[in-house]
Design a protein around this ligand. Structure first.
Ligand code: GEK
Length: 251
């Protein structure tokens, strides 16, 4: 199953914004995005594969026996599988949640094709409305940025409340910088990264227009303070490339 502009030799290639659109619709995680998602995220997010490798190390070290590991906004399950392949503790189950029906449906196929033994539960739902079970690892890999800023603290408080002592949250986010000159430079370097991965000026411009009202970046200082307010004892950067970052927060 794939969309009209995604067939033949370009199967799986993100060319959603390759032709000029009269009216650029707001970005949504729909079937068209699902069909090209692995290509889109790899060519758009600097350090994506490095972050998944780091996440696998963190799970190996911090997943605790008889607890859950959550992947919130799991998309096609990349983080979830990175966890599944590396978890060592006994009796761990992994829970992936996404509110895009198209994403979770494809994710079910991806997980079914993966042979590892650690149990996985996939939930089609809003992460803001979930009751979390006791967890030792929680991953928000580029998901919190799509949640309304006013809702973010309540979500992090719920995660922190369900987290066992010594548990860890991995929060990857696109960052905003208060210094406007630095902010502009990071945006330019990110766009250069996309250009070097084959995106045209038109694709970069239209994607920016589509996503700017739904992806709301904040500063590292803002994330750190909110994590501390939510009950985490520390929150520090472990990865950054341009305006893309990953934070590790301990309960
Ligand atoms: C990865 N983590 O590959 N409830 C549930 N899911 C949501 C919500 C919500 N309220 N809001 C957004 N999402 C993945 C990549 S993508 C990031 C995560 C990106 C989901 C949304 O449907 C999408 O699948 C995901 O969060 C964000 O490691 O595309 O930049």
């Amino acid at each position: 199953m794939h969309s009209d502009n995604n067939h033949g030799k370009d199967h799986g290639k993100d060319n959603i914004y390759a032709s000029a659109l009269n009216d650029v619709p707001q970005f949504r995680f729909d079937q068209q995005v699902v069909d090209v998602f692995p290509d889109m995220i790899k060519r758009s997010v600097p350090g994506y594969s490095t972050i998944l490798a780091g996440l696998a190390q963190i799970v190996e070290r911090y997943a605790q026996a008889q607890t859950h590991c959550y992947d919130l906004g799991c998309s096609l399950g990349a983080s979830l599988l990175a966890m599944r392949h590396r978890v060592l503790a006994e009796g761990v189950s992994i829970v992936g949640i996404d509110n895009s029906a198209a994403m979770i449906e494809r994710c079910r196929q991806v997980v079914a094709a993966d042979a590892s033994e650690c149990p996985v539960e996939l939930i089609h739902g809003d992460i803001l409305k979930q009751e979390f079970k006791p967890m030792s690892v929680c991953v928000l890999n580029f998901t919190l940025q799509f949640i309304e800023p006013a809702e973010r603290l309540a979500l992090l408080k719920k995660i922190s409340a369900a987290m066992v002592p010594g548990g860890v949250l991995l929060l990857s986010e696109k960052l905003h910088f208060d210094d406007s000159e630095h902010n502009e430079l990071m945006i330019k370097l990110h766009h250069n990264f996309k250009r070097s991965n084959g995106y045209s000026e038109l694709e970069i411009a239209q994607k920016r227009e589509a996503i700017e009202k739904v992806l709301l970046p904040e500063s590292f200082a803002c994330h750190k303070q909110r994590l501390l307010d939510a009950g985490f004892r520390s929150a520090d950067l472990w990865f950054q490339c341009f305006n893309f970052s990953s934070i590790i927060a301990f309960k």
